[in-house]
Design a protein around this ligand. Structure first.
Ligand code: CP3
Length: 362
């Protein structure tokens, strides 16, 4: 009988620290995972992916499964994050782009006019079927470790499409947003559909939480964020309203935007290292005074994984302590694992955080 039970029936995630913390409950330990835990820092990743281009690996269910599992096996983290990339749904839909090693996503024909927006393809669920298949394989392997699905938020995707690649200043993006608002709104509307479809496919396949990465939103003023970005991120979250799983929202340099990002519909807000978690919690509380106590994720500076063990431990203790002032805390970095990070340090940080009782307030 049990052999034919659906996979979901065989996974008991009711006590999973990540999900308990995300719901504002009291987890058995401080949950910890690392943005970009899969990939570059792991020798087994380089060995396994050798010869396969990044985006090809992201659209191969078995590779997705294996690479997603690698950091879970090695570090004992409290969540797996799907091995994919924010540009995967764009590529799957037919946008001509690639991920150039050491650079990031590069778009062959940047989107800079209303005609370019009109030419952008839509995403069908079938085009990302390998991602759903990868999720299916993972649910069989992960046991009681939750799987986080993700997508890039409309603004961050728009920046790559408009700039044509990674950008320090996002100047073409901001210029288009302010000079041609109709084109901007059409583009963001289209990207909202793509991100929503990509996430809904992952949810239907069984992911246990989702994270919407608006990595570069911190480049905007709160005023521009509210007018030109928030409605679209909110629409992505609204498209998941019936999913019944936690929704995490993250960006870099977003100290001034945290309240607005919560208002977009996030259950958990990621915080980079620029502001302490207790201050982040205050800002999140102020954005929804009658709402549930805010849950935060973060916020160790990824560069500190290169510091001496005593410095690193002191920093972790401070972060966990400041995290106690929120309604829940999921330990993470303030941004992704940097290349050349020693994976053994990531394992030690995981163990150290697990050794800090969530109840042992100082
Ligand atoms: C902005 C962004 C991108 N991709 C992503 C974001 C949002 C998160 C963030 O702000 O860091 C999200 C992402 N990309 C990747 C993951 C995997 C899951 C995980 O977190 O472990 C996730 C969550 C794999 C990847 N995405 C990429 C790699 C490296 C590719 C390789 O191995 O050659 C991996 C493992 C490539 C990529 N893709 C992107 C960049 C900036 C890069 C790095 C370029 C480089 O420095 O090499 C775009």
């Amino acid at each position: 009988m049990t052999d034919i039970a659906p996979v979901s029936a065989r996974r008991d995630l009711s006590q999973a620290p990540l999900l308990v913390a995300a719901a504002g409950g009291r987890p058995s330990r401080v949950p910890v995972w690392f943005m970009r835990q899969a990939g570059r820092s792991l020798p087994e990743y380089h060995e396994f992916r050798a010869g396969t281009p990044m985006l090809e690996a992201c659209l191969d269910a078995e590779m997705v499964c294996e690479i997603t599992l690698q950091p879970v096996r090695r570090h004992g983290v409290d969540a797996a994050i799907l091995f994919s990339d924010i540009v995967v749904p764009l590529r799957a839909a037919g946008v001509d782009l690639d991920i150039v090693p050491g650079t990031g996503p590069v778009v062959a024909e940047p989107v800079r006019s209303a005609a370019d927006v009109a030419r952008l393809p839509r995403l069908s669920e079938d085009q990302v079927r390998p991602v759903a298949d990868g999720v299916g394989l993972l649910l069989r392997e992960l046991g009681d470790t939750p799987l986080i699905g993700f997508a890039g938020a409309p603004f961050t995707l728009a920046s790559y499409l408009i700039e044509g690649g990674p950008s320090r200043n996002h100047e073409r993006t901001k210029a288009l947003m302010r000079s041609e608002p109709d084109t901007w709104h059409a583009l963001l509307g289209r990207l909202t559909e793509i991100a929503s479809t990509f996430l809904r496919v992952q949810v239907a396949a069984g992911v246990d939480a989702v994270q919407l990465f608006d990595s570069w939103a911190g480049a905007l003023s709160e005023r521009d964020y509210r007018e030109f970005v928030l409605p679209y991120s909110a629409a992505v979250f609204a498209s998941l309203a019936d999913a019944g799983i936690p929704k995490i929202h993250f960006g870099v340099g977003t100290g001034e935007l945290l309240g607005a990002m919560r208002q977009a519909g996030a259950d958990v807000v990621g915080v980079d290292w620029r502001i302490p978690l207790d201050e982040a919690a205050r800002r999140l509380r102020a954005a929804d005074p009658g709402g549930p106590e805010p849950v935060v994720q973060g916020n160790l500076d990824p560069a500190l994984l290169f510091a001496s063990p005593d410095v690193l431990e002191r920093e972790i203790v401070r972060i966990v302590d400041e995290g106690r002032s929120a309604g829940g805390h999921i330990f993470n970095l303030g941004h992704g694992v940097l290349p050349h990070t020693d994976p053994d340090v990531i394992t030690r940080v995981t163990e150290f955080v697990h050794g800090l009782s969530p109840a042992d307030a100082s």
